[in-house]
Design a binder for this molecule. Structure first.
Ligand SMILES: NC(=O)c1ccc[n+]([C@@H]2O[C@H](COP(=O)([O-])OP(=O)(O)OC[C@H]3O[C@@H](n4cnc5c(N)ncnc54)[C@H](OP(=O)(O)O)[C@@H]3O)[C@@H](O)[C@H]2O)c1
Length: 384
């Protein structure tokens, strides 16, 4: 079988490392063509030595600058990597917005793009969707990697769009699902970083603790599956075993299950439409698991969720602005400058203050995201 040629943007991060684990599990099935990192030069060096990519990227000005003369491969920009002729699947696993333009370029060039990164769709949804339509005739595809969207995607295989009634995103409830509401004011970054079911990078882990992440996922679902936010539900499910569900118009539900481990959705996205005969994650044993638990999400405990959903429903630059505001608010919380509960308060203020633009283009979306970050930075600076 011809190997699938993969480029990984964000190879040194949590998702990127797990993607390389998937490659290790199926060495004949994949060829790593390109690896791109931010500033973790030591890790990029190790990865390049192990996987021998043809192309590499590291953020300019980072420690990786010293690697450029090490003869590891050709150094290219993220955008050049994204449109390389020898890339079959581009995995977007960077954090933040670094890969938004490369993703758009790849889709326009007709590439298969496996997207783990949330910001790309939440901030750039309008532009990404447009690029997908432009590149579709040349083969462009978006394959979801986030476990919830991968689950919905898998439930939808072979189903006609008119059969879909609702999408149901499951939510573990994050680190503070059982905390006393009054105690949330005083929780520390360390406590917020202790996710009960998933091991992830710091930004997404804090977003899981506020449940803002679930709002971002609902917005992503809207772009990925072309369905209005009003038809996306959130269901609390403590064990993170049911990754998400689809309700069909005859009342049937389909769900996708597995242990909480990103390697499975990464593998599904890389090998689609095949299912590889390799289990990258620990097997799920339902008999040993015993009971699974469900409930409604407590809107009072998680105000950031409602703010994200409201921003998404506006279908203009509001989601980009609030995503930027959250980027800054989470940074301030992690640096100990604001309490946990201020994250949602700042998001609410940003949403109220934002002057939205309808039918935004990419530059307008990026400007709205930058406005959100600036708004929060100013608000925090005024208080400190
Ligand atoms: N972790 C999960 O389980 C999970 C699940 C679903 C979705 N996601 C989403 O996937 C994305 C990545 O999450 P993560 O948890 O893997 O994040 P992470 O552990 O923080 O990793 C981020 C990666 O992006 C790289 N990076 C950062 N800035 C960059 C830049 N300017 N140019 C190039 N590379 C850059 C980092 O490089 P260095 O480390 O070298 O600086 C690192 O490789 C996020 O959008 C997240 O919401 C994650």
């Amino acid at each position: 079988m011809t190997p699938i040629r993969v480029a990984i943007l964000g190879s040194t991060g949590s998702v990127g490392e797990q993607a390389l684990d998937v490659v290790r599990g199926l060495p004949d099935r994949f060829q790593v063509v390109a690896l791109a990192a931010g500033g973790n030069a030591a890790r990029l060096h190790e990865q390049a030595t192990e996987f021998h990519p043809r192309a590499l990227y590291a953020r300019p000005g980072s420690d990786a600058d010293a690697l450029r003369s090490a003869g590891l491969g050709e150094w290219q920009t993220l955008e050049e990597i994204a449109v390389r002729d020898d890339v079959d699947v581009l995995l977007v696993a960077t954090s933040g917005l670094a890969s938004l333009r490369p993703t758009i370029a790849a889709l326009r060039a007709g590439k298969k793009v496996a997207i783990a990164n949330k910001e790309t769709l939440v901030v750039g949804g309008h532009a990404v969707r447009e690029a997908l339509e432009a590149g579709r005739a040349a083969g462009a595809e978006i394959r979801p990697v986030d476990s919830e969207h991968s689950a919905i995607w898998q439930c939808l295989w072979g189903e006609a769009p008119e059969n879909i009634d609702r999408l149901v995103l499951t939510a573990s409830g994050g680190a503070f699902r059982d905390y006393d509401l009054a105690a949330l004011e005083a929780v520390t970054p360390e406590q917020a970083l202790a996710h009960p079911t998933w091991k992830m990078g710091p930004k997404i882990t804090i977003d899981s603790a506020t449940l803002f992440n679930k709002g971002l996922e609902a917005i992503e679902a809207r772009w990925l599956f072309d369905i209005p936010l009003e038809r996306v539900d959130i269901l609390q499910h403590r064990e993170s075993v049911i990754h998400s569900l689809v309700r069909f118009r005859d009342g049937s539900f389909k769900a996708q299950l597995g242990e909480p481990d990103m390697r499975l959705p990464v593998q599904v996205a890389l090998t689609y439409p095949d299912r590889a005969a390799a289990e990258p994650a620990p097997p799920l044993d339902l008999a040993t698991r015993g009971a699974l638990h469900f409930g409604t999400v407590d809107a009072e405990r998680f105000p950031a969720l409602g703010i994200a959903l409201e921003a998404g429903r506006r279908d203009d630059t509001s989601a980009a602005a609030v995503a930027g505001a959250d980027e800054a608010a989470v940074e301030h919380f992690l640096a100990g400058r604001i309490p946990f509960t201020s994250i949602a308060r700042l998001l609410d203020r940003a949403l109220q203050a934002h002057a939205p633009t309808a039918r935004p283009d990419l530059d307008t979306l990026l400007a709205a995201e930058a406005w959100g970050r600036h708004f929060v930075n100013e608000a925090v600076a005024a208080r400190v």
